[in-house]
Design a protein around this ligand. Sequence first.
Ligand SMILES: Cc1cc2nc3c(=O)[nH]c(=O)nc-3n(C[C@H](O)[C@H](O)[C@H](O)COP(=O)(O)O)c2cc1C
Length: 195
Amino acid sequence: MSKPTLMIVIASTRPGRVGLPVARWFAERAEANGAFDIEVVDLAELNLPFYDEPKHPRLRQYVHQHTKDWSARVEAADAFVFVMPEYNFAFTAPLKNALDFLHLEWQYKPVGLVSYGGVSAGTRAAQMLKQVLTTLKMTPIPEAVSIPFVQQFIGVDCEVHANDVMETSATAMLNELRRWTDALRPLREEATLPA
Ligand SMILES: Cc1cc2nc3c(=O)[nH]c(=O)nc-3n(C[C@H](O)[C@H](O)[C@H](O)COP(=O)(O)O)c2cc1C
């Protein structure tokens, strides 16, 4: 049986962002874990405009090619990890925008959060995001990677040098994500059956 697909989404888009090395580190751990096929989506590269569809996304009557392309990619994913900083105690605007574009494509899929920032480790942003995710019928899991004072883990090579807590929590999150991905599969299949 083929492996489920895990989409890792880089939620910060500014030049010089830490999101890139954090996502590279996590994607390496996800590849090594072996439970998923991995796809990394960089919201800076995806470059969606501000939400510009005329109809509610639950109708899936998309008029823009960028929405149809994003819909196909999210539809094909079975689980997600959002690599997300905290901006002003909240999640980033590009992440909310990317979520708002779609509806049914997100449903019954589990999400792990890799958050980072200063003293809060991005946890305020992560908690705030959960109410958006559950509205979309996603399942945010409690296992998380929460990185405080993220700069301390970035070396002169511009890569992440993780501590034991980060490594252990990444493994725990990936293992639980796979369990939730399997457990939610019947709901996903039911939702995609023809009427
Ligand atoms: C607009 C902005 C707002 C920020 N607000 C917070 C915040 O509320 N809490 C926090 O811990 N860090 C905050 N920071 C610091 C970020 O956590 C830090 O700059 C981090 O590197 C941002 O992620 P990025 O490099 O991937 O963009 C903020 C940074 C920016 C640019």
